[in-house]
Design a protein around this ligand. Structure first.
Ligand code: CMP
Length: 162
């Protein structure tokens, strides 16, 4: 039998509800760009991503053809930097990876820092390693929807192994 005092102690608090925020497990595409592979920075970059709790569930080192780079960045086709971006992204090896974790899209972008390294927060990948806005060391999907498109463009389902 529950004592009257105990019953009072366990009365639910309706005046002090706490919001419970559930973060979804997401996947995002991450790329280590030619400026970073040339400077042997892949390990340091991956360590920052893993230290933040993201898991690498697919990974490969490739050199893109012009057609592959054009297709991946076709959303920027009309931008003045498009041709230079394609030339840069085909100039050396890149490491493509799928990252998985809670809120992976936003978390990866937070760890990467702003596109322009001059504006990137201290401690981010771009603040520490990027050379300029083009040679900015990493790419990360900007939404869950675009992550699905970019992952499908870069990996076969059988290459994503968890
Ligand atoms: P990324 O995240 O891969 O997405 C598009 C890329 O275009 C960007 O990183 C930069 O490397 C490159 N880029 C070059 N110049 C610019 C610019 N002026 N504004 C935005 N992106 C640029």
């Amino acid at each position: 039998m529950v004592a009257r005092g105990a019953a009072r102690r366990y009365k639910p608090r309706t005046d002090n509800k706490q919001a419970v925020i559930l973060m979804a497990i997401e996947r995002t595409l991450s790329m280590i760009k030619p400026d970073a592979t040339a400077r042997n920075l892949t390990g340091k970059i991956i360590a920052k991503l893993e230290d933040a709790g993201l898991r690498v569930i697919a990974q490969k080192r490739v050199q893109w053809s012009e057609a592959q780079a054009q297709k991946f960045y076709e959303v920027h086709e009309q931008r003045p930097f498009y041709n230079d971006l394609v030339a840069f992204m085909t100039s050396g090896p890149i490491v493509m990876q799928v990252l998985e974790g809670e809120g992976a899209v936003a978390k990866n972008r937070e760890i990467m820092g702003a596109t322009d390294p001059q504006e990137a927060n201290a401690g981010t990948i771009r603040a520490e390693f990027a050379e300029n806005i083009e040679r900015n060391s990493v790419h990360g999907s900007d939404s869950v929807e675009n992550a699905a498109v970019e992952i499908a463009l870069c990996f076969e389902i059988s290459e994503i192994v968890g």
